[in-house]
Design a protein around this ligand. Structure first.
Ligand code: PMP
Ligand code: GLN
Length: 387
């Protein structure tokens, strides 16, 4: 029985996320799933044991609202050693139910009716709906293939008196672009003397290649003072299903973040927080990630070198873009659906991450956070695609 009053949607132009659609399609057709971004290998057994031990030790009730102090202390040390910045673990870090909740809460804390938010596209798909739900106006700037660098003169032109936030994401999903120190300086100039927050999505902070270093806004004091910075344990410990992450922001911004967080989730999974606190105290747990994923990136690139796809450069994240112009002129959504059905590999069509995708864009995204055998089996199928 349906409730008699019509439900007036708050998100009229938003359907089901592409991750749900493509993972379901992969399942339906028994296809190898390189669409939704998640590892198909297991979490370190040491970490699993730590979770178990903490459950047995009785850490099973509500955690303190901002997260357990031991985890926040370890994170403050980690942030200082990685980005050279001192973070007050009591006032400036909140543990969240994944990066997505941190992004949403930061937007909820700051964006009001009519505020403009600059978003670079292709963009992770949770930003725009969160902006709209709070009455904000997304100002979507399209990044151009093949390198997807930010055009700062375009950003300068897009800034108005109503601009309240700029969302950046480095390393970038889905393009693999990473921002440089020069980008950060340009961003500093643009926000200087303006009432603009930065929401910096750094969930792939450790998934960066070719000797490049991750430029966190936390290393740039003039940016950090106005930034909410979002991280995800899902990426750092290969456990996307744990949906745990954290947000870092200066005390005054974090106070507003927590005002909402306390009524959104109150607190997140206690035994995981204890386990993560012990596990991440050992820096090798994250220091090995760049080499681990670089080998996988190189493997998939080598396996696909015989294919008809053009491989775009990837400097970070665990996603690779493939241009299929040599194979088909179908729309990417049609192509991605067809190769799932006919060739048994599920991927993500990139246009769904863009408001105004270029007409000639023929790109799909593959996730290479997979076992070598999965990558080899998927590559064999992709190499066989001729039309
Ligand atoms: N930002 C980006 C760029 C992502 O790719 C993801 C996907 N996992 C998230 C945020 C959300 O992270 P979480 O799964 O921890 O919510
Ligand atoms: N971040 C992952 C991706 O980009 C998936 C997130 C999700 O399923 N919502 O594929």
């Amino acid at each position: 029985m349906l409730f008699p009053g019509a439900v007036k949607t708050k998100l009229p132009n938003t359907g089901t996320t592409i991750f749900t659609i493509m993972s379901a399609l992969a399942k339906e057709h028994g296809a190898i799933n390189l669409s939704q971004g998640f590892p198909d290998f297991n979490v370190d057994p040491k970490l699993i044991s730590l979770v178990h031990e903490n459950m047995l030790a009785g850490h099973n009730q509500y955690a303190p609202m901002p997260g357990i102090p031991a985890l926040r202390d370890v994170l403050a040390q980690k942030l200082e050693s990685c980005y050279g910045t001192k973070i007050d673990s009591e006032k400036e870090i909140t543990i969240t139910a994944g990066g997505t909740q941190a992004l949403y809460t930061a937007i909820a804390a700051t964006i009001r009716e009519g505020d403009e938010v600059i978003v670079f596209e292709p963009a992770y798909d949770s930003y725009v709906p969160a902006i709209r739900l709070h009455g904000g106006i997304p100002v979507q700037l399209q990044l151009a293939a093949p390198d997807f660098q930010i055009d700062w003169s375009q950003v300068k032109k897009a800034v108005t008196a109503k601009t309240r936030m700029i969302i950046i994401n480095t390393p970038h999903n889905p393009t693999g672009m990473v921002m440089t120190g020069k980008d950060m300086q340009q961003l500093e100039k643009i926000v200087h003397n303006r009432d603009i927050f930065i929401l910096s999505d750094e969930v792939y902070e450790h998934v960066i290649f070719d000797g490049l270093s991750h430029h966190s806004v936390l290393s740039y004091p003039k940016l950090a003072e106005r930034s909410f910075v979002v991280f995800s344990f899902g990426k750092t410990v290969h456990a996307t299903g744990w949906k745990t992450g954290y947000c870092v922001a200066p005390e005054n911004l974090m106070a507003e973040f927590r005002r909402i967080h306390q009524y959104m989730v109150f607190a997140v999974n206690t035994p995981l927080q204890y386990a993560l606190a012990s596990y991440l105290a050992e820096p090798s747990t994250y220091q090995n990630i760049p080499a681990f994923y670089q080998r996988k990136r190189d493997l998939i690139c080598q396996l696909l070198s015989k294919s008809k796809f053009d491989i775009l450069p990837c400097f970070g994240s665990y996603f690779l873009l493939l241009d299929y112009s040599n194979i088909s002129d179908e729309k990417d959504t049609v192509f991605a659906e067809r190769i799932t059905r006919e060739h048994g590999v599920a991927t993500i069509p990139v246009s769904v991450f863009c408001k105004n995708p270029p007409k000639d864009m023929r790109l799909i995204r593959v996730c290479f956070a997979k076992e070598d055998q999965t990558l080899a089996a998927a590559a064999e199928k992709l190499v066989a695609i001729n039309n």
